[in-house]
Design a protein around this ligand. Structure first.
Ligand SMILES: [Fe+2]
Length: 294
């Protein structure tokens, strides 16, 4: 862990945008010393039953960036989401910025390129993205140094992004009373997820952690921010010194009971293309449903 360039003296301003349709939290992360910002895990709205795509949530982010006269430098995806569509290209077209994801996107593209029978026109080299992050890769948001930590387990391409004293954990962790995300998608692995969570928990205790999802367990209000200390002490799946064996047993048994996310079929097809909706042979936006393919 000591190899990661942690900077607890840098305090980005973090603004959260909760998407009720998918329980996703998107973030605008601002450099307090300039007008630079990044967006983490944006959402594009879909009414899947109607085959209709909308941009209400993304427009809210775009309005905020415009209202505050911010310079959007990065559009970060913590991973290929299976439960919501990314609005990254829609936002990029309007505000600029580079779209970044973990370099293992290539593994995800290979897996789901086969599932969706995408053929050779779908490139599986991550070239739909502007930047592919490897473990420990650094970048700047204005004057703020940021870096990515490779955290596979939920998916093979998951990264946690750390900006000063704020870490965007994707689906590596949930709030302490939510525990952790499933590890049974293709390329997922509970033991690997445990190891990745330990990387996050070895960051400084006071590191602010920002979740990608919250499902308001036990009827509480939606929350999205914890700290390393909170998670170490109280996370119901990995906190209080739970062992890897305990976690793997629990996670595997729980995952066997879970149905597929409602939006997994459209999400994967769009998100493995960095948020672009695929088109048919005539260039019309079109999604597939592989039968018994997942
Ligand atoms: Fe996810």
């Amino acid at each position: 862990m000591s190899d990661y360039p942690v900077r607890m003296d840098i305090h980005p301003e973090v603004q959260a945008f909760f998407d009720e349709g998918t329980n996703t939290i998107s973030y605008i992360v601002r450099d307090p010393t300039s007008n630079a910002c990044a967006i983490v895990d944006s959402v594009m709205d879909i009414d899947y039953a109607a085959g209709r795509i909308m941009h209400d949530h993304a427009d809210e982010l775009i309005r905020q960036v415009g209202a505050d006269n911010l310079d959007l430098q990065w559009i970060i995806e913590t991973h290929v989401h299976a439960d919501h569509l990314s609005a990254a290209p829609y936002i990029q077209e309007r505000l600029g910025g580079k779209i970044g994801i973990g370099a293992n996107i290539q593994v995800v593209q290979n897996t789901f390129g086969k599932v969706f029978n995408e053929g050779t026109e779908f490139s599986r080299d991550g070239s739909q993205f502007d930047r592919l992050f490897e473990d420990g890769d650094s970048y700047m948001i204005g004057n703020m140094p940021a870096f990515a930590i490779f955290t596979p387990g939920h998916t093979p391409a998951c990264m946690v992004h750390v900006v000063g004293d704020a870490a965007f954990v994707g689906d590596t962790l949930f709030m302490p009373d939510g525990g952790s995300a499933r590890a049974d998608f293709p390329g997922g692995d509970a033991a690997t997820l445990y190891d990745s969570i330990q990387k996050v928990l070895s960051l400084p205790d006071q590191m602010r952690l920002f979740m990608c999802h919250d499902y308001a367990p036990n009827g509480r209000a939606i929350r999205w921010e914890s700290t390393v200390a909170d998670e170490k002490a109280h996370n119901i799946h990995v906190g209080g010194g739970k062992t890897k064996d305990e976690f793997v047993k629990f996670r595997t048994e729980r995952d066997a009971t879970l149905g597929m996310p409602r939006l997994i079929i459209p999400s994967l097809q769009v998100n493995m293309r960095a948020g672009e909706v695929p088109t048919d042979k005539d260039g019309r936006p079109m999604l597939k449903v592989p039968i018994n393919g997942l």
